[in-house]
Structures are given as structure tokens and as C-alpha cells.
Write a protein that binds this ligand. Structure first.
Ligand code: TXA
Ligand code: MG
Length: 332
């Protein structure tokens, strides 16, 4: 199959492809998604094939608004969902809710629930609008790879496996959406993201529990290794520069070549490659997956990330993705 890259002002062929039961990769404000008509199970199966995704890992259904959400769930929305929708949609927030029986088992990965979000990105919205149906879409990477934040990342992973990739430039957020399970009370944060736990709790006026081993069965994606470059990732969760320097010297002996994703002051360190990680946690979130992919392309012995953990706001999401990508974490 030939893969065509479409500019974001030429969506007609992509909408036609979606109507014909094909998959299309498209930009959202979080990361690029690989979408198909959520009402066409045969089309949704192609998503799993193109990504090499395990069939028990369900997809996120993308809708325009609360009205379209209501068609996917039985009865009235739980209070939790109403509040979160009003506060954060359209935007980088996914809600898990009891699923209406019309939602295909392929989309749900066999679960009784469905994950739904309304993206704010104009291209994603124009596709849903043009198809006149919700779009089921996980991230547009090959399974196990970091989520794509640029059209070229999608091309690297899916060339020849999808007919169209829409190029919408750099993803604004750079990390996947926050996922909240509203089918349980109190609600559970299944995946941290750009919208932090503090903001959710403020809107809900109640605590949001953190997903733990006891909730893994409700969030099948969490059990798979994610976000991982080919090179081993070592996370130096440290503040003391002297200790960091010593650790780097050890790692250089162990792996011979290092690629650093680190604060600017480490640029002069003798590594094979260097990429600044950013100064505040939002910039770190935005550049994390791009950084992984760029450094991985240099084929280093290891990728070393220097970033002291900070769980406020999007920091929890950064720590979550780093924790999943890293094969080793060194703390002070
Ligand atoms: O920002 C995002 O969420 C992006 C863009 C494209 O919207 N999508 C995304 O999807 O990152 P991805 O690859 O993470 O796949 C969907 C995630 C998986 O972790 C899956 O386990 C979880 O959503 N999920 C889907 N349905 C679920 C359900 N019913 N219950 C719990 N988790 C669910
Ligand atoms: Mg994914």
C-alpha cells in the first residue's frame, strides 16, 4: 500500500477513505491518532493490524461533543462525566463510561465500558464532522513505540500500512490524554496527562483515586510496555549535579555511547548526542517523545534522561511516561 501525506487543508480524500472503511492517521492536540469509523468493526480491526496492537487493548472513541457522547452510553451521564465534559471538552481528557450495546466489541476490546474524548484539534474535528460518525483511534505508532507527535513519526512507523497521513505539524501537548474512569465512584485516574489530578479534583469536588495494580483490569493498556525507544532508557531522577556526573561516568563505561536528554548545563558532557529537555514541566512533556525518537535514531548504547521528578500538574504524566520507558531509574 502506498502512503500519501495530505496537507491539513486537503481533507476530502481522508474523509472518503474513512467512509470507505479505511484507516487514516491524523493530528490531535495530544499526539497523532490512527482512526477508523467507530461504527464499522471491520474498519476498526484494520487499526489493530496496522499497529500490531493486541486485540484486548481497546480504542478511544473521538466525538465532537456531549451529544455525540450520549449515543455511546446508556441512560443519563454520571455526574462525574457531566462535570468533566463541561470543564475540559473539547480537550485532552478521555472518560471511561459504561458502554451502550451498540458500541462494537472490537472498539471496547471486550470490556463493558468505552473510552471517549472530544478532541479540540480542528483537523480531528473536521474528520468526525465529515464522516458524520465518531472515530475510534489509538495513537498512530507501531505498538510499543513512543506515540507520534509529528507526521514524520507516523510515517516512520506506519509507511505502507496506512493509505493517508494528515500533516498537522507538531502536536501541541505531546503526551496522550488524561484518562478518567467515571464508571466507578470515586473516579479513578487511569492515565495521567496534560490535565492534572489537581484540576480534576477541583472540578469534581471529590478525590480522584490513582490507578494501581488493583485497577489494571480496568485499564488494559497499562499492562503493556509503552513509549519505549529501541535503546535502553536510564532515568536519572536526581538533583545533585555531582552525583549525576558520577552516575554518567559509570553509565559511559557500561554502555560506551550515551545520548542525553537533559538540562542545557549538560550539553558539554562527552556524549554521542545531546537534546535539551526543557526548563519547565510543560516543555518537557511537549518534547519527551520527539526527544526519544530523535536520540534513538543515533543508535546510542543508552538514552539517559536527567529530570528530577515533580508530580504537580502535567509532571505526574511526565513521570508516568518516563517510568514506563525507563529500564532503570536512579534516585538520590
Ligand atoms: O491523546 C490520546 O488519548 C490519543 C489521541 C489519538 O486521542 N490516543 C491515545 O490512545 O493515546 P492510546 O494509544 O493510548 O490507546 C487508548 C488507551 C489505551 O491505554 C487503552 O487501554 C485505553 O485507552 N482504553 C480504551 N478503552 C478503555 C476502557 N474502556 N477502559 C479503560 N481503558 C481504556
Ligand atoms: Mg498508544
Amino acid at each position: 500500500m502506498q502512503t500519501v501525506i495530505l496537507p491539513e487543508d486537503r481533507l476530502a480524500p481522508a474523509i472518503e477513505a474513512l467512509k470507505a472503511g479505511e484507516v487514516v492517521a491524523f493530528p490531535t492536540e495530544t499526539v497523532y491518532g490512527l482512526g477508523a469509523n467507530a461504527q464499522d468493526p471491520q474498519a476498526c480491526r484494520k487499526i489493530f493490524e496496522a499497529k500490531g496492537r493486541p486485540v484486548d487493548n481497546p480504542l478511544i472513541v473521538h466525538v465532537l461533543d456531549e451529544n455525540q457522547l450520549r449515543e455511546l452510553v446508556p441512560g443519563p451521564l454520571p455526574e462525574c462525566a457531566k462535570r468533566l465534559v463541561h470543564a475540559f471538552w473539547p480537550g485532552p481528557l478521555t472518560l471511561v463510561l459504561e458502554a451502550d450495546k451498540r458500541v462494537s466489541e472490537v472498539v471496547r476490546g471486550g470490556l463493558p465500558t468505552v473510552a471517549v474524548r472530544a478532541p479540540s484539534h480542528p483537523v480531528a474535528r473536521a474528520l468526525i464532522d465529515g464522516l458524520k460518525a465518531p472515530i475510534a483511534a489509538p495513537s498512530a505508532n507501531r505498538s510499543g513505540r513512543p506515540s507520534p507527535t509529528r507526521a514524520t513519526d507516523v510515517l516512520t512507523d506506519l509507511q505502507g500500512r496506512v493509505p493517508y497521513i494528515i500533516d498537522g505539524g507538531d502536536s501541541m501537548v505531546g503526551l496522550e490524554s488524561t484518562i478518567v474512569d467515571c464508571a466507578v465512584d470515586p473516579p479513578v485516574l487511569l492515565r495521567p496527562g496534560f490535565i492534572g489530578r489537581d484540576r480534576l479534583e477541583k472540578v469534581l469536588g471529590q478525590p480522584v483515586l490513582l490507578a494501581g495494580p488493583e485497577t489494571t483490569h480496568r485499564a488494559p493498556g497499562m499492562k503493556y510496555r509503552h513509549y519505549a525507544p529501541q535503546a535502553p532508557v536510564i532515568w536519572l531522577n536526581m538533583r545533585d549535579d555531582q552525583r549525576i556526573g558520577q552516575e554518567l561516568d559509570h553509565l559511559r563505561q557500561e554502555f560506551s555511547t550515551l545520548a542525553l536528554l537533559a538540562p542545557l548545563r549538560w550539553e558539554a558532557y562527552p556524549a554521542q548526542a545531546f537534546r535539551p529537555i526543557g526548563q519547565d514541566v510543560n516543555t518537557v512533556a511537549h518534547g519527551l517523545f520527539t526527544g526519544f525518537r530523535e536520540l534513538d535514531d543515533m543508535h546510542p548504547g543508552a538514552i539517559v534522561v536527567i529530570w528530577p521528578k515533580d508530580t504537580a500538574g502535567v509532571g505526574l504524566a511526565v513521570a508516568n511516561r518516563l517510568g514506563k520507558a525507563a529500564s532503570r531509574q536512579v534516585e538520590e
